[in-house]
Design a protein around this ligand. Sequence first.
Ligand code: 2PG
Ligand code: MG
Length: 424
Amino acid sequence: MSEIRRVSGRRVWDSRGRPTVEVEVELGDGSIGRGIAPAGASRGTREAIDLRDGGARLGGFDVQRAVAGVNGEIAPHLAGREGTDQAAIDAALVALDGTPNKARLGGNALVATSIAVLHAAAASARRPLWAHVAAGAPVTLPLPEIQILGGGAHAGRRVDLQDFMVMPVGARSFAEALEMTAEVYLAAGSLMKAAGKLAGVADEGGWWPVFDANEEALELLTRAIGHAGFAAGRDLAISLDIAASEFGAGGRYALGLEKRQLDTAGMIDLLGGWLAAYPIVSIEDPLAEDDEAGLVEFTRRFGDRCQIIGDDYLVTSAARVAHAGAVGAVNSALIKLNQAGTVTETRAAFEAARAAGMSAIVSARSGETEDVTITHLAVGWNAGQLKVGSFARSERMAKWNEALRIEEATGAPFAGRGALAPRR
Ligand code: 2PG
Ligand code: MG
C-alpha cells in the first residue's frame, strides 16, 4: 500500500521572492510528503541545472516548464512504483531526465520530487524524517555554522568574500549553540551600526557590511565574539566561505573591494595570514573550482589545522569527492541536495566524504523556503555539521528551530567541535 498514487507539482516562492518548484507525493496508504527546491546564487559550473522559463517575465526565473514536467512526465512515470524505495525512485527520475546535468526536466523539478518521496516514505513508516533516514543508526545534533555577515554574490559584492560565519565550538548542546550565536549576531549588528558600517541584511539574513577591506569583517567578527562575552576561538570560532570561484578563474583572483589582483600563491598567502591572525577553524572554497593545484597546495599547508571545505569544487558529486580525497584537495565536503539533484545521489556524495576521511556539512542554499528537510538529514545521517545561513529570517530560523525540537525529542548528543576536520 505504499506505492505512489499521486505526484503533483506547483509553483511556490522562495526567500528572494523568486518562483520555485514544490512537489507533493501521496502513497497508496494515504501518506503524504512534500518537498521544495532551494536555489543557489553562487553556483558551481557542474551543479544540476535548474529549469527556468527565461524571457522577461519574473526576471526569467519562472518555473512553469519545470512544474509542467512534474505533472506531465514525472507523475505518470512514478505512478504505481514503490514509494519507500528511494534509490529506485531516484534512479527512475535520473533515467527519465536523461541528461548528465538534469537540464531537461530540471534539477529543481527532480530534487523537489525526490524530497517529497522521502517525506512520504517517512510518513508511511510513521517516523520523523531524521529517524527514517537514520534507520536505527546513532545520531547527533550538528555543530551549526551560522552566518553573521553576508557578502559576495549575496550582498551586491560589497565585500568579495561571501560568508563570514561563527561556529559555537564551546557549546555543550545545540540549544546553547544557538543562544551563543544570538548574542554574537546582536553584538555584531550593534558594533557595525555604531561604526556607521551597517547597510542592512544580505540574502541569508546576515548583516550587510560597508567595509573598505575584506579583513575588516574578520576584525569585526572577532570583536563581536568578545563583545558578547565569549572567548574567540574557545567558545566561538570563525568560519569563512571565500566562494573564490565568484572572483577568480584561471589562477587570477580579483579582489574588487581592495582593487587588487592576486595569483594562486598570493591568495594562499593572504588566507594563510588570516589563519595565523584570527581564530578561524574552517574555510570553504578558498580557491576557485578550476584551481585544483591551488586547493591541493592550500590543503597541504593548512589542512592539518583547518577544515577546508569544497563546495563549487565538489558540487555534491560522489565521484568528485572521491577524486578530491585521492589528490588531497580538501578535507571536507559541503553537501547540498540540489547540487546533486536527488536524495540518493546526495547521500552517495556524503558517504564518499566519509569514506575519504573527510568531514561533511549539510547545507542550505542562499535561496530557501520553509522546507526543513536538511535539518533532518544532518541529524539522521549523523553528518556532524549544518550550514543554513544567518540567524534571522524565517527560512533560516525554521531550520535552526527544527533542530531544537529534534534535540528535545531525542536527547541525542551534540556533535560539537569534534565534528570539524581535520578528523583526529
Ligand atoms: C554557498 C551557498 C550558501 P549559494 O556558497 O555555500 O551560502 O550559497 O546557495 O548561493 O550557492
Ligand atoms: Mg559555498
